[in-house]
Unconditional design. Structure first.
Length: 492
């Protein structure tokens, strides 16, 4: 057993493709290469996930040795001379991708990930222009629609293992696993059961990390377009402050290209009758929960109060900690506040659309308060289809609902710190009462807090659970962490 423990205070000097670089001990070859803008192709590697070295696309030569090493999984060492790109390495990478393509449906033009697919990009970057190996038609299976929000098209799976890692390690849910070996190796729900029959909480994180079109959200854009084309129907949408930034990533545009004002104009052009700021409904929900927390503190009952970003987190609490379900907040979340309000706007029929993340799709189906939860990817597809050009769009203001939003004087941060990786600790002042708060990004972190509540060690008054690990930045939704999400932490 190795007892090697890297010392991050010690620097290691090495050469990559002839360029000198100095990085802390414990840095991977891949990270060191990125530091000097040397691109090494990857497929199984993903930020936040552990080192797995499954795809072998990132192989490099070290000191001219015959054995290639995976750059994503090996640390640099003093004086090593690394070559990331020669004919031998390129041929190996090309063969790996060609073999993946031999086992992959050739429906890129109609695939949901077309243009955003990492395999497609790798094939293009490596100059693959023809099928080098015969396709294995018998391996192609129809997509599985066995959950309320996700479609699994396992014929497209490249077995990178990202989804399994995120579900098991980041979420601690273990709803998907690997099975069989060699050519029969597959990613599946345990015992081959339907995803909805197992412990899946519908957080959508597996789809968020999948590099190809193997796991994706149910597309509801046709439903929304039908509502927009129905003259007897009014359609309202709420968007979060991060939606524009997430769409920039979707469109490959530089930061600041899609301002909120331009996005409002785009949504009006798509035919939405009202476009609302999700922040208004978050303020309303926050005001309601503020009252709930003060009442619970006064009555010394069911503390800490647990506030969940989505039905995914609620499912997590109910499935894994049923004895603590009474701690869940009974207040409406921002989407439901929005849904209730737009349904009562006037006598005409309003359809409520919320733009957020996959986890909210399950919630929309369950609660029925909002009609559809669209992901930013779906919204991006609708905008592309309509040919809207953000460059020439004017800025438009949000519609207002019931006058101004309530004053959000509720919480003011006093102290704010990262208590553990992915767990934020804060103190707030609320009407003269000091509130101790904890927020978890990702369900494995939430599990740590839930375990501490279970054994009576949690001293917080309120606990927030975000079912994603990145504060929802990637999905363009900031409505989950009403008080102390990671995103808000970065803002403060
Ligand atoms: S939706 Fe979440 S819980 Fe379900 S399989 Fe995917 S990562 Fe696991
Ligand atoms: S489903 Fe997607 S993330 Fe999971 S192993 Fe297959 S390609 Fe990778
Ligand atoms: S990215 Fe390194 S082995 Fe897959």
């Amino acid at each position: 057993m190795s007892h090697y423990k890297p010392d991050p205070n010690k620097n290691v000097n090495l050469i990559i493709d002839g360029l000198p670089v100095s990085v802390p001990e414990g840095t991977t070859i891949l990270e060191a290469a990125r530091k000097i803008n040397v691109t090494i192709p990857t497929l199984c590697d993903y930020p936040e996930l552990g080192r797995r070295a499954i795809c072998r696309l990132c192989v490099v030569e070290c000191d001219g040795r015959s054995k290639l090493v995976a750059a994503c999984a090996n640390d640099v060492w003093e004086g090593v001379n690394i070559v990331t790109n020669n004919i031998r390495i390129l041929n190996i990478r090309k063969t790996i991708v060609e073999l993946l393509l031999a086992n992959h449906p050739q429906d890129c033009l109609v695939c949901v990930r077309s243009g955003k697919c990492e395999l497609q990009k790798l094939a293009a970057d490596l100059g693959i222009r023809e099928q080098a190996f015969c396709r294995e038609e018998e391996n192609q299976k129809p997509p599985l629609k066995d959950s309320e929000t996700l479609v699994r098209d396992m014929g497209k799976c490249v077995k990178c293992g990202r989804c399994v890692e995120v579900c098991q390690e980041i979420q601690s849910v273990r709803a998907i696993n690997t099975a069989c070996r060699s050519v029969n190796y597959e990613i599946c729900a345990p015992y081959g059961q339907a995803l909805s029959e197992g412990p899946c909480v519908f957080c959508g994180q597996c789809a968020a990390v999948c590099p190809v079109g193997a796991i994706y959200e149910y597309d509801q854009t046709a439903e929304v377009r039908a509502a927009l084309n129905d003259n007897g129907q009014n359609v309202a949408v709420q968007i979060a402050s991060q939606t524009g930034a997430a769409l920039e990533t979707e469109f490959g545009l530089p930061s600041g290209s899609i301002t909120t004002g331009k996005l409002v104009s785009a949504l009006k052009r798509l035919g939405f009758d009202k476009v609302f700021d999700a922040g208004v409904f978050a303020d309303m929900a926050r005001a309601e929960i503020s009252g709930e927390i003060l009442t619970r503190i006064k009555n010394k009952s069911k503390l800490p109060l647990i506030n969940c970003c989505s039905q995914g987190s609620i499912n997590f609490v109910k499935n894994f900690f049923p004895e603590l379900a009474g701690h869940l907040s009974t207040c409406k979340n921002p989407r439901n506040v929005f849904g209730d309000l737009v349904k009562n706007l006037d006598s005409s029929r309003f359809t409520g659309i919320s733009v957020s993340c996959i986890a909210h799709k399950f919630e929309a189906r369950q609660s029925g308060t909002i009609d559809v939860a669209l992901t930013t990817r779906e919204l991006g597809r609708m905008i592309k289809l309509s040919g809207i050009d953000f460059k020439t769009l004017p800025e438009s203001p949000f519609d207002s609902i019931m006058g101004n939003s309530p004053a959000s004087e509720t919480f003011k941060a006093v102290n704010f710190k990262e208590a553990d990786r992915g767990i934020i600790e804060a103190e707030y002042s609320l009407q003269g009462t000091t509130i101790k708060a904890l927020a978890a990004n990702g369900l494995a972190n939430a599990r740590k807090i839930m375990d501490s509540i279970k054994v009576g060690e949690c001293k917080a008054d309120i606990v927030e659970i975000m079912s994603c690990s990145n504060g929802r930045k990637a999905d363009g939704c900031d409505c989950g962490g009403l008080f102390i999400s990671k995103f808000r932490a970065e803002q403060l």
